[in-house]
Design a protein around this ligand. Structure first.
Ligand SMILES: [Zn+2]
Ligand SMILES: [Zn+2]
Length: 106
């Protein structure tokens, strides 16, 4: 079935995957793009103009697996062994404080 996928579809998928990865792994981009490079490009030092910062508690998934309350959730059989992240409100990311400052000032 892969022969039906055109090159542009593959490129589109690649861009989509990159954007998703860039959002989720924004903190890791720090190792590739330094803050000084970002500011020289006019990008936000904090988030690289993604306006989002991935949650460090849930790694951007919005869900925490296991953890100290694991045994409680095991008894509650309606829930899987995971809980929504309270740090980010299960969104998996925060709004970049730098960018929201910029927006409110503008
Ligand atoms: Zn979180
Ligand atoms: Zn920002």
């Amino acid at each position: 079935m892969f022969e039906h996928i055109t090159a542009s579809e593959i490129a589109g998928f690649g861009v989509g995957a990159f954007l998703l990865g860039a959002t989720v792994y924004a903190p890791k981009i720090d190792s590739f793009i330094s803050a000084s490079q970002r500011s020289s490009l006019g990008m936000c030092k904090r988030c690289g103009d993604l306006r989002l910062i991935a949650c460090s508690s849930c790694k951007g998934s919005g869900v925490i697996k296991g953890g100290p309350f694991n045994f409680i959730q095991l008894e509650n059989k309606s829930k899987v062994r995971s809980s929504s992240c309270t740090k980010c409100g299960a969104r998996g990311h925060f709004q970049c404080p730098e960018c929201s400052n910029k927006l409110s000032r503008a």
